[in-house]
Design a protein around this ligand. Structure first.
Ligand SMILES: Cc1cc2nc3c(=O)[nH]c(=O)nc-3n(C[C@H](O)[C@H](O)[C@H](O)COP(=O)(O)OP(=O)(O)OC[C@H]3O[C@@H](n4cnc5c(N)ncnc54)[C@H](O)[C@@H]3O)c2cc1C
Ligand code: FES
Length: 285
């Protein structure tokens, strides 16, 4: 509320994509020492249901707002999002307890394209927190398992303690996914593979021309994966990557997320490597 010449004037809250919806933390689960999964329940009108690959802007009141991908499907209008604490806002979100209020805008961006992968082999490659945006896509694949041929999931993490969704990896295996997990640095109890996830690309592709790949992780890892896949004969159009840039509005208004001709909050984060590769000369990927 403000006042002009003694008259009270009500200033309307911004509408549309810039107005956060209020959500309450319904559940808080620790994934690793620095990563939590939150289930968020609408405290008023919910946002549209996000699709796998899309993200929301999560607002920790009084601290700030950051883009976070959806990492699962909640009950009803609940949102499921997995956050790694690396700075002020993500630390505040990770510290949110059941009952705390969070602002949510979105959903924004493009989704993983499963429609172009029907009848084909799927190769899903996740590095670190990159498994979070891939998880709802993988859960969708499992619901429609008969639509796809071979499904391979390669997961890489810095150490065994950094692995996400460990309880689910075995379930996914039992449901017909070939899961291979590797860590950069083993610890005393680790009996699995050691080495960068990109090392395992060669063995994971049997029919390059009939393979669709979904890759999410640090940009260097996505670039090395995409190079290896193209080298094996997978078409750049059949490789989907998720690109991250600083975001402010999330709604194609501010230009913060520009990469070449793309506004990644609108034209990404999921793009094909055919689109992403020519931008390599501009910045990082
Ligand atoms: C489309 C999109 C989806 C995302 N999805 C997720 C998700 O599902 N889960 C999740 O945990 N994070 C996700 N992120 C990253 C997340 O938005 C950042 O970690 C967050 O903005 C950092 O904000 P902060 O205030 O906590 O830290 P800041 O203080 O902003 O940053 C702390 C440090 O981390 C570095 N940093 C900031 N952002 C990134 C980044 N994106 N990648 C690598 N380093 C960074 C900064 O340079 C700085 O050194 C996503 C980002 C985008 C663009
Ligand atoms: S974040 Fe503002 S234009 Fe994309």
């Amino acid at each position: 509320m403000t006042s002009t010449q003694g008259r009270a004037v009500t200033v309307a809250a911004p509408a549309g994509p810039m107005r956060p919806a209020r959500y309450v933390v319904a559940a808080h689960g620790a994934e690793t020492g620095d990563t939590v999964t939150l289930a968020l329940r609408p405290a008023g009108s919910p946002i549209e249901p996000p699709r796998p690959g899309q993200f929301t802007m999560l607002y920790a009141f009084g601290v700030g707002e950051v883009p976070i991908s959806v990492s699962g499907f909640g009950r009803g209008h609940e949102l499921v999002q997995t956050i790694r604490a690396i700075g002020a806002v993500t630390r505040a979100l990770c510290a949110a307890a059941p009952g705390d209020m969070i602002g949510v805008r979105g959903p924004f961006g493009t989704q993983w394209r499963l429609d172009v992968a029907e009848g084909r082999d799927l190769l899903i490659v996740a590095g670190g927190i990159g498994l979070a945006p891939l998880r709802p896509m993988l859960l969708t694949v499992l619901e429609q398992r008969a639509r796809y041929r071979r499904v391979v999931l390669l997961v890489g993490a810095r150490s065994p303690r950094d692995l996400l969704f460990t309880r689910e990896l075995e379930t996914w295996r039992r449901r017909g996914v070939e899961v291979r997990v590797t860590v950069d640095r083993a610890d005393a109890g680790w009996k699995g593979d050691v080495g960068l996830v990109t090392r395992f690309i060669d063995g994971a592709v049997v029919h390059p021309a009939a393979t669709t790949a979904f890759v999410c992780g640090p940009e260097i890892m996505m670039r090395v994966c995409a190079h290896a896949l193209v080298h094996l004969g997978v078409a750049a159009e059949d490789i989907q990557v998720s690109l991250e840039r600083n975001m402010r509005c999330g709604a194609a208004l501010c230009g913060h997320c520009q990469l070449g001709p793309l506004l990644l909050c609108r034209d990404g984060p999921v793009v094909s490597y055919a689109e992403a590769a020519p931008l390599a000369a501009k910045k990082e990927l």
